[in-house]
Design a protein around this ligand. Sequence first.
Ligand code: F6P
Length: 528
Amino acid sequence: MKPVRCDRTPAWGELKTCFEAGGRNFDLRGAFARDLHRFEAFSQDAPHVFADLSKNLIDAGSQALLLALARQCGLEQQRDAMFAGQRINRTENRAVMHFLLRNPPSAQYVPAQAAIDKVADAQAEVEVTLDAMLAYAEQVRADEAITDIVNIGIGGSDLGPQMAALALAEFATAGKRIHFVSNIDGNELAGVLKQLTPAGTLFLVASKTFTTTETMTNAHSARAWFEAQGGQDIARHFAALTTNVAAANDFGITTTFGFWDWVGGRYSLWSAIGLPVAIAIGAAGFREFLAGAHAMDEHFRTAALEGNLPVRLGLLDVWYRNFHGFSSRSIAPYSSALRRWPAYLQQLEMESNGKRVDQDGQPLPFDTSPVLWGEPGTNGQHAYFQMLHQGTTVVPVEFVAVRQAAHAPDDLPGHHGKLLANALAQAQALMRGKTDAGGHRDFPGNRPSTFLLLERLTPASLGALIALQEHRVFVSGAIWGINSFDQWGVELGKVLAKDIEPRLLSGDVSGLDGSTAGLLQKLRFSPS
Ligand code: F6P
């Protein structure tokens, strides 16, 4: 079945009618009062993650229509095409197989060879590379002389490993500091270099393409610093994580770990790009991380749509974006270890689904990716939650809470209970509201939220949580009929920056618009 764009299905029109008939004015409080089993009906167990969807503006009718929409769009066939290794990234003519990176050799599922070119070979290469990378991670962990690991990368070569390394700090080996340098602003690299000695440092140059300006600039400067400080042995102190091993070799790095063009940058944490995480938590921990993600892959691949958590979340995203018209989602991890979770999700969802044309390049008559934003709880409560509760715009909130504290609860009694109480209370307050005080003190309530719950933040549960988000983004992208796996929108600015950089020195403003010319003249500096 050829995928059908959502707005060309019968279910799309029926959802519009359903929204006008009652969806628009759906009242959560009334829904809970009418249905004592709403929590059970609208919650979902998935590997390592429990999700309460009951505080969302849905009922059995809208959910059934959303599931019909998914079927009419060919979601199952699109999902199966990805798992079969078909070249679903059409504008780059690439397969999308990040799931293969976490497909263990013993997995029941081996992609159907008939459907794919060279998938079996790809799986074999994945295993060889993973073994080599994890052996290297163990070697670095055992090397007492190496005290600092500096990951130089940006976008998917930074956000995923940084988020995961912070999230799993509790599992990290002592005696190794892991730094992340991404910004081309030299202030970031300078701040890290101050803390290092060449003999004690391993630089990981992480770049899928090995051409990204920020990463190449930082890598050249790091090598210049290393040599100027008397550093010896680049092979020992620099490693490259890339699909472009030839470019890494040209740079002078001979210790390399590769991956493949069928791994998108924002989906690459499971590949060699995960090396800093593997160094932190060890080979066994990294395999648990992969196993957690694989469990979620299997859930997404095999569970009926009705009980499939990534599908239910992705459909809710479509319902909110295209029918309720909600333009953003706030991400609220009630876990300081997950403090980079919102930033990580921003790239995952907004770079994947921030698209204005369909797979055939035709402009879309409906909206796609919402804006994702947020901070960890409880900090966000003291910043922007005011707007979430009483602002004029409804923003669905996605909470993440972890039942067991990462710290020893007896050492710091009371903290975790207060943290969890706040997460529950905020979700409750958003829904319940308060209308007895009048005026400034009234809360309208009926504001939707999703609550994701982990028993404990472990490599496995984090792996599952991330894979859940990857697949949920796949679902909304497939319904919208867009290519979630390219990112042409980042190119124009890169090209223009190359034109502007020499003009900052020369002062040449010919051909520039008045604003860019005026700003350039103010920003000019002398060469140093
Ligand atoms: O500019 C966007 C982007 O291409 C992202 O998709 C990617 O994660 C990031 O740049 C870094 O790319 P690379 O890993 O090739 O350096």
